[in-house]
Design a protein around this ligand. Structure first.
Ligand SMILES: [Zn+2]
Ligand SMILES: [Zn+2]
Length: 392
């Protein structure tokens, strides 16, 4: 009971036992399912009800449900009312297993803190950084059957660097990260792979620095032949960033095996109208105003009759993605021709294009480059350091 009692104290803001003082990330999990009722299948469930600490340990399934006036915990045929629940793993390797009936069942390392927010359950996963990264690296490499070990190491260093650079991305909501692409995709133990976990251990605490500071390490699926400069994608970004690179050797593009290397999309004026002006509008013309040296659209004018909207190529990609799906305008590197009410796009790459190109990095690893060489290729002038020796 000693361990679980300590965790209880951490979760609810009392004394921090020495063993628990190491850094933890707080990730809000499963929010997209708007959970009202969950089942805890493995883990020790603790909460206080009527001034007593209740520990539901060997009882099997525990059900937690949001009610109008608080949370209800159902365990061993008893119903309790409480305002906060803490769940810790009984055995580290199986973690805490949460089932959302009809949706997903996932296991998490670290421990969970569950509270009610509005009419749903807010589930926070407190987790040591290196355990968080195992799942992130596993998710990022999930698209390859046998990802190269040196690619995985590079990915682990980047994912770690990004996380340490962006703690408190959800500061206003009192946690660090969500579990979606807005931050980094995090699916708990289910997303881990043996090779990804090995890469995290092999690069333990290593991060990427630039000018002596932690780098804001963006990465992208497929650059399409050349990476973007951070300043062309995020105009208000003032911190110095490594120069963009051409993602090619003497006769190949490193990311040319990516299914997103070249793409074509046809959209109607109505679809574009809905995305950029709202339902009922019809886009009549798209004028590319200028391009960057990597060929990406910098400014574009979208016209629907007399209505006009100027925006950056990156905003064009994001607005179209949110409304029409992310597989239509995959990057800001495109040209467009118009025929009647149809707009034919041909483009290259997937994503914003800043930083490491994942498909390119995989090819470099396949050709024998080490993780550090891959990183210094995509982030020229950067250095790998231990996170403890870096100022943030
Ligand atoms: Zn987020
Ligand atoms: Zn590339």
């Amino acid at each position: 009971m000693l361990i679980s009692h300590h965790v209880w104290l951490i979760a609810f803001g009392a004394v921090l036992p020495a063993a628990a003082q190491q850094q933890q990330f707080t990730v809000r999990i499963l929010e997209r399912f708007q959970p009202k009722k969950i089942e805890i299948l493995t883990g020790i469930v603790e909460f206080s009800a009527a001034d007593k600490v209740i520990c539901a340990k060997d009882s099997g399934r525990v059900v937690i449900q949001a009610r109008d006036d608080g949370m209800e915990v159902l365990s061993c045929d008893c119903v309790y009312r409480t305002s906060a629940v803490c769940v810790i793993a009984e055995e580290e390797d199986c973690g805490v297993t949460v089932n959302l009936p009809g949706n997903v069942c996932r296991s998490y390392r670290g421990y969970l803190e569950i509270r009610k927010e509005g009419m749903i359950l807010k589930i926070l996963n407190h987790i040591p950084p290196e355990d968080y990264l195992k799942s992130v690296v596993g998710s990022e490499a999930g698209q390859w059957k046998e990802p190269e070990p040196e690619f995985l190491k590079a990915q682990a260093i980047i994912a770690r660097t990004w996380a340490y650079h962006n703690p408190e991305r959800h500061r206003n909501d009192n946690y660090d990260f969500c579990d979606l692409t807005h931050c980094q995709v995090y699916g708990g133990i289910n997303s881990e792979t043996p090779s990804g976990n090995h890469a995290v251990r092999a690069t333990s605490e290593q991060v990427l620095t630039f000018n002596g500071k932690l780098l804001d390490a963006y990465y992208t699926s497929t650059c399409g032949g050349a990476t973007s400069s951070a300043s062309e994608v995020w105009v208000d970004k003032c911190e110095e960033y490594p120069e963009p690179v051409r993602c090619c050797g003497s006769n190949i593009f490193f990311c040319q095996k990516s299914p997103h290397f070249l793409w074509n999309t046809c959209l109607t004026g109505d679809q574009l109208g809905r995305a950029f002006f709202g339902p009922g509008a019809i886009v009549t013309a798209l004028d590319i105003i200028n391009r960057s040296s990597s060929g990406r659209v910098l400014r574009i004018r979208v016209c629907a009759g007399a209505l006009k909207r100027d925006m950056s190529g990156e905003d064009f990609r994001i607005i179209a993605g949110r409304v029409l799906g992310w597989n239509k305008i995959k990057s800001a590197s495109f040209s467009v021709t118009e025929k009647g009410n149809l707009f034919y796009f041909s483009g290259a790459g997937l994503g914003h294009g800043v930083g490491m190109c994942q498909y390119g990095a995989m090819e470099l690893a396949r050709c024998g480059r080490h993780a550090e060489q891959i990183l210094s290729f995509y982030y020229p002038g950067s250095q790998v350091k231990n996170v403890r020796q870096v100022t943030r």
